[in-house]
Design a protein around this ligand. Structure first.
Ligand code: GDP
Length: 432
């Protein structure tokens, strides 16, 4: 989601304005301690648009002097935000520090909005004209006292923002879409028969919506699901020689058309490279994943032991999958599929509130800072969740983060927030 950075000297009424924008909902986490204390990110919502509000507050008195601290704020804002708001005290007017910051911000290649606080009456508004000389366009008056002007200000902010990514999957609605994939003879059609046999109706429950004839709508455990491309399963694509290539294309298309993939493995046989390739495909496509160990009725004690070791090795790349043991032939535990798919999708949909995310980040980074590279300690400024489906996070940093450290962060993230069944993506934006 787009980022608004708020910059300004202490005591200009910045916090009051920030709290007003947030509706005071998140103001309690203002005192998060740790490395990111001087930049706090919040979720904000205005007119149905979500954005991240980055309060570049806090300057440490005596550390570098106010001038330097405010310039650092401006630099952070320019490097990481989509829109910048400079807050000045409308009663005091532009000070030398404000002018220095404005000079920096005039170089920004993104919109800068000038807000003048403490403008409580008409007389105050008349005095605003002096602020034009900051060279940031029209000063916009707000009153922290009455809240006057803050709605207009937010309208401007929203107008200046790039469009948020559209949530295509959200708009589609209807039953959640499942891909059923796996090697030939693993039991896909048997499972489909179990599911369609169990379900009362295989017609789309939502009247008026057209279901692609290659898809099947089934009811499992009281919930309706759409299984994509079941025509392919019924026709046994890929079993005739020479069509393997087309079968794999079809698998890929099914994964992409679905939100969650159920990958069937034959529990009675060793886990194959091909199975793992398909799991990677699902993760790379950013879809939720459930591993169904089928033919469980054939699994004896010895095989079970062997499988534990195989799974351990196979799943180092996907320690987060949801796993169920089923038998498509006997129908054993087939109903366990629904809760597994539900959990995976719930986590795939997950949005971690920005306040919680940054609190987590501060704790993790304080305990284990990123490794020094080229004699420099990269600093992680803050994080936001840019998207869900799958959860996608952006870390704003002052330097490159090694792949090993990113994996460490993902592991820690998964320890704190429920994310089983879904891949997550962590992107790093290095500020220049
Ligand atoms: P597909 O190619 O993945 O669609 O696999 P099928 O559903 O056609 O199943 C292939 C063979 O495995 C058939 O002979 C099924 O009866 C058998 N099969 C499927 N599921 C199970 C199971 O859970 N247990 C056992 N013992 N056999 C199964």
């Amino acid at each position: 989601q787009p980022v608004l950075a708020v910059v300004g000297r202490p005591n200009v009424g910045k916090s009051t304005l920030v709290n007003r924008i947030l509706g005071r909902r998140e103001a309690v986490v203002q005192d998060v301690s740790g490395v990111t204390r001087d930049r706090v990110a919040y979720d904000a919502l205005w007119n149905g648009r979500r954005f991240t509000l980055l309060d570049t507050g806090g300057w440490e008195p005596g550390a570098k002097g106010m001038q330097a601290a405010i310039s650092a704020q401006a630099e952070t804002a320019m490097a990481t935000a989509d829109v910048i708001m400079l807050v000045v005290d409308g009663q005091v007017g532009a000070t030398a520090v404000d002018e220095a910051v404005a000079r920096t911000l005039r170089r920004a290649d993104r919109p800068v909005i000038l807000a003048a606080t403490k403008v409580d009456d008409q007389r105050g508004e008349n005095e605003l004209s002096a602020l034009w000389r900051l060279g940031l366009g029209e000063p916009h008056p707000v009153s922290g006292l009455h809240g006057r002007g803050s709605g207009d200000l937010l309208d401007l902010v929203i107008d200046a923002m790039p469009d948020s990514p559209r949530d295509d999957v959200d708009l589609e609605g209807g039953p959640r879409r499942v891909a059923l994939v796996g090697k030939p003879n693993v039991g896909k059609s048997s499972l489909l028969n179990q599911l369609t046999g169990e379900s009362r109706s295989v017609v789309d429950a939502t009247a008026g919506t057209t279901t692609d004839p290659v898809d099947s709508v089934v009811e499992i455990d009281g919930e309706t699901w759409k299984i994509v491309d079941t025509a392919g399963l019924r026709r046994k694509v890929g079993q005739a020689s020479g069509t393997e290539y087309y079968a794999s294309l079809r698998t890929k298309a099914a994964i992409e058309a679905a939100e969650v993939t159920v990958l069937l493995l034959d529990a009675s046989e060793p886990i194959s490279e091909q199975d793992l390739r398909v799991a990677s495909q699902v993760a790379d496509a950013g879809r939720a994943l459930v591993l169904a160990m089928n033919k469980w009725d054939l699994v004896d004690e010895d095989r079970r032991h062997a499988m534990v070791r195989e799974l351990e090795r196979a799943l180092v790349r996907f320690p987060w999958v949801e796993r169920v043991n089923i038998s498509a032939r006997t129908g054993r535990a087939v109903q366990k599929l629904a809760p597994a798919m539900r959990t995976a999708l719930e986590n795939w949909d997950r949005r971690v509130p920005t306040g919680q995310l940054n609190q987590w980040l501060a704790d993790v980074v304080a305990a284990t800072p990123p490794p020094v590279r080229g004699g420099k300690q990269p600093k992680i400024l803050y994080a936001t969740q840019a998207q869900n489906r799958p959860p996608t996070f952006v870390l704003f940093t002052s330097g490159f983060l090694e792949a090993g450290y990113r994996r460490f962060l993902e592991r820690k993230l998964r320890e704190t927030f429920p994310l089983t069944g879904t891949p997550v993506q962590i992107n790093v934006r290095v500020r220049e």
